[in-house]
Write a protein that binds this ligand. Structure first.
Ligand code: 3PG
Ligand code: MG
Length: 400
């Protein structure tokens, strides 16, 4: 982030797509907090900041009459919080382009911030419309992309806008730099042994990630419902557990590839099973390949959790993406908790531990272990795609 910001207006794309409660209070401001250093650096250097972001998916979730629900999706919900955090003037423009945005951007003084309205109020945003991107670009002298969480989208404000700033007038923000540096450290020549832990419900969501892990992992631990597709592929009895029959061949192929590559794949020996998908279900522990009909695996069992934790604690690099069970329900949270604690122990023992991608991040936050692992990503889908080895449009736009 080595541009000179003095007396410049920096157009900064952030991912302020944060969760809000029914009264529009921010329930988790991680993404905002993590973007503050970038904003503060620009302000301290004597520049001003024009912030743009999306919030939610307003075009999908319209009012009954087809209009956009501006009350729900306005970024103005964040203005007060930003003022408090930045301790400076934060203006709000109720349109991200157009006369008022232009006027407010022009009037912005060094040290001040302008927050633009939700870029997704325009369908041109998601379409990556060049004319719309050009209007956004006209608001600033420099462009900073710090929206790692949205870097996998080729949208107007995340990627196309960068075409209107030549080299030397665009850069990554500090958050983006941190995300890229940490994920790269985990993937490129990581210190061995390397353990990749993955979970979540579907093999289809994670198969590309699993295949990429074969490039550098020593151990791959598979929890979550996706494990049952693997057990079924190995002719185990999985009862009523969630499986993807159309992914059985993928699962078989993956196990074969792992064997050929000398990578150890560990599936959970046992499972916490339930007679229904509910927090008050009857539960029992069974072997994961001997689940009776009428029962479904909703968490890795205690033996599996111990085994997973042991492998994690002995690793020098750990990448964790995806929960081990339905951790939102207390009876099925233990596996994820045990893995999270083992990640904290491994970090303490000197390992590099990165947690990335949505639900596992929520789990680490819920357990208050976020500060006890080496790095927690702000990206869900973006981190998943980065780890899959894909080129993210928001990154390519700055690098090209
Ligand atoms: C996210 O939270 O996943 C990012 O902000 C991107 O949002 P999207 O999934 O609606 O594109
Ligand atoms: Mg998403």
């Amino acid at each position: 982030m080595n541009l000179s910001f003095k007396d410049k207006k920096a157009l900064v794309r952030v991912d302020f797509n944060v969760p809000l409660d029914k009264a529009y209070n921010i329930t988790d401001d991680t993404r905002i907090r993590e973007a503050l250093p970038t904003i503060q650096k620009i302000l301290l250097e004597g520049g001003s900041v024009i912030l743009m972001s999306h919030l939610g998916r307003p075009l999908e979730k319209r009012n009954a009459d087809g209009s956009i629900n501006k009350e729900k999706f306005t970024l103005n919900h964040l203005t007060k919080h930003l003022k408090k955090k930045l301790k400076t003037k934060v203006h709000f423009a109720d349109d991200c382009i157009g006369k008022s945005a232009v006027k407010k951007a022009a009037a912005l003084k060094p040290g001040e911030v302008l927050l633009l309205e939700n870029t997704r109020f325009y369908e041109e945003e998601e379409k990556g419309d060049p004319a719309f991107a050009q209007k956004l670009a006209a608001l600033g002298d420099l462009y900073v992309n710090d929206a790692f969480g949205t870097a996998h989208r080729a949208h107007a404000s995340t990627a196309i806008v960068a075409n209107y700033f030549e080299k030397g007038r665009k850069t990554f923000g500090l958050l983006m730099e941190r995300e890229i540096a940490n994920a790269t450290r985990a993937m490129n020549n990581p210190e061995k042994p390397v353990t990749c832990v993955t979970g979540g419900s579907k093999v289809s969501d994670k198969i590309l990630l699993l295949e990429k892990f074969l490039d550098y992992a020593d151990n791959i631990l598979i929890g979550g419902a996706m494990a049952y597709t693997f057990f079924m592929a190995k002719k185990g009895a999985v009862g009523n557990s969630l499986v993807e029959p159309e992914r059985l061949q993928n699962a078989k192929d993956f196990l074969k590839k792992a064997k050929d590559a000398g990578v150890k794949v560990i599936l959970p020996k046992d499972s916490v099973c339930a007679d229904k998908f509910a927090a008050d279900a009857a539960t029992r522990i069974t072997n994961s390949n001997q689940i009776p009909n009428g029962w479904m695996g909703l968490d890795i069992g205690p033996s599996a959790a111990r085994q997973f934790a042991g492998v994690i604690r002995k690793s020098k690099t750990v990448i964790w993406n995806g929960p081990m069970g339905v951790f939102e329900m207390a009876p099925f949270a233990e596996g994820t908790k045990t893995v999270a604690k083992a990640c904290a122990t491994a970090t303490k023992n000197g390992a590099f531990v990165m947690v990335g991608g949505g639900d596992s991040v929520a789990a680490v936050n819920q357990l208050k272990l976020a500060k006890k692992v080496s790095f927690v990503s702000t990206g869900g889908g973006a981190m998943l795609e980065f780890l899959e080895g894909k080129t993210l449009p928001g990154i390519a736009a700055i690098e090209q």
